[in-house]
Ligand binder design. Structure first.
Ligand SMILES: [Zn+2]
Length: 465
């Protein structure tokens, strides 16, 4: 590995968003504006990479990695820790010393429906200066992610002592520390990184943020080959929403990923459990088309192919819906400006990390009946030898026959219940049953009275299995 490549590989993803754009997007990436900063500019190598030096974060890898790890581990302290309560009081009074009158008010702009019972709230906050279109786009993305959280985990999102938020800020008028809850970092080494496109929420400050340029995939956004919002909300779920036993499973999955040697050395995705989870969520929701920070793990089939243990954890946290939220289809410019999946290389520096069983059994309660079994389902298999290659190329989303012929590689196998014979016979069962309500019809694929989808239709007892 060359020095330039090593530097590139170590540069950080969105919370410290850095790194190079994907090759296919190079031409579109060169129109950014220079930002003033006193932080030393990194070495960018030669040739194409230098074209982006003007819009890339000025930061050293070691410093950024340290700050990032300390921030998410809760070790980074604001200059005035007591200011957290002060900021919250000021929020209600709308008194911020740094705020400019033209920003308007910092206020709740939209509510994400995270709790049908209405017992809690998860909201998007922003100043008036943030365009409504950005709020609505963020609402679409977050609703898609929240809607796929397993019900018991989704409930935790709205039941925290402090309400979780996602806050948007508008570049270039604002920086991330202009989010009131994050203003506690002003005047610190961490807060000096005003190029950040967003940060994930932590237990200390349960607020994730994103630059609206990224939300709207604006032409001058340096990180438009990835969704900062999807990545940061991945952090949010990990840091704030997962039960402790699931978080411990995340630690196991990360340690296993590192020990397996299946990632390129120093790859940002495995630099910490936090980035492992956030990049895993980005892959799960197709929230990136980069390969430099994640070895090209940009989709569910690729995650399954390279890191099936993390896949199984994502499968535990999110429902296994075939019709999942796909950021690539949802964002304003991805369908035309992002590289096709087949054009994003999947780097395979070693054999895939073998699947290990995570200690999730202890997490399963009455409210959580989900048991992820990504590879061992008796009726889950690939029927064609080319399934893996086609899945990695993104064909699970574009070729309907893939979900029938290549269930294993596409990662759409349903869970296996405790009853060996209680299975779904078709990959579409979950969506057909839970979204379309087709269990009582005799529609194709469901069988008489949904008997082809015993598990999704809840007919295992009726089948006396
Ligand atoms: Zn991150």
């Amino acid at each position: 590995m060359t020095v330039a490549r090593l530097v590139r590989s170590l540069l950080l993803l969105c919370c410290f968003s850095a790194g190079e754009p994907t090759t296919a997007n190079t031409a579109a990436s060169s129109s950014g504006t220079a930002k003033s900063s006193s932080i030393r500019q990194p070495t960018w190598g030669t040739g194409r990479q230098n074209r982006h030096a003007d819009i890339r974060p000025r930061h050293t890898t070691a410093t950024a990695q340290r700050l990032l790890a300390d921030y998410y581990a809760g070790k980074l302290r604001p200059a005035l820790p007591a200011a957290v309560g002060k900021v919250i009081r000021e929020a209600s009074a709308q008194q911020y010393a740094w705020a400019k009158p033209e920003w308007g008010r910092y206020r709740r702009r939209a509510v994400v429906l995270a709790d049908p019972a209405g017992a809690g709230e998860f909201a998007i906050w922003a100043w008036d200066i943030v365009p409504e279109a950005a709020v609505q786009q963020a609402l679409r993305v977050l609703s898609g992610m929240v809607g796929e959280l397993a019900p018991d985990i989704r409930q935790r999102l709205v039941s925290g002592v402090q309400p979780s938020k996602v806050a948007l800020f508008k570049r270039p008028e604002q920086v991330w520390t202009d989010i009131p809850e994050h203003s506690i970092w002003k005047g610190t080494e961490f807060g000096a990184n005003d190029w950040l496109s967003g940060v994930g929420g932590t237990r200390a400050v349960p607020v994730s943020s994103s630059d609206t340029r990224n939300v709207m995939e604006a032409a001058d956004d340096p990180y438009r080959e990835e969704s900062v919002l999807v990545h940061e909300f991945g952090h949010h779920i990990h840091n704030l929403v997962l039960p402790d036993c699931v978080a411990r499973a995340a630690d196991v999955a990360h340690a296993h990923a590192v020990a397996s040697g299946s990632y390129s050395p120093g790859r940002y995705m495995v630099s910490s459990v936090f980035e492992h989870m956030a990049n895993g969520a980005a892959a799960w929701f197709q929230g990136t088309c980069r390969s430099d920070v994640n070895d090209g793990i940009i989709s569910r089939p690729r995650l399954l192919a390279r890191d099936p243990t993390l896949f199984s954890l994502m499968q535990y946290i999110f429902t296994p819906s075939v019709a999942r939220m796909r950021y690539r289809s949802l964002c304003p410019a991805c369908s035309t400006k992002w590289s096709p999946e087949a054009a994003v290389p999947l780097l395979e520096p070693g054999p895939p990390a073998p699947l290990i069983k995570l200690p999730l059994d202890q997490c399963i309660s009455a409210a959580s009946s989900w048991r992820p079994v990504p590879r061992n389902a008796p009726d889950c298999s690939d029927m064609k030898s080319e399934c893996r290659a086609r899945a990695i190329a993104g064909q699970c989303d574009t070729h309907p026959d893939m979900l029938t012929l290549c269930q294993l590689s596409c990662g759409v196998c349903r869970q296996v219940s405790s009853s060996p014979g209680c299975l779904d016979r078709n990959a579409s069962c979950f969506v057909a049953a839970s979204v379309q309500g087709r269990c009582q019809s005799d529609a194709a694929g469901m069988g008489p009275q949904g008997m082809g989808c015993l598990l999704s239709c809840g007919n295992c007892t009726a089948a006396r299995i």
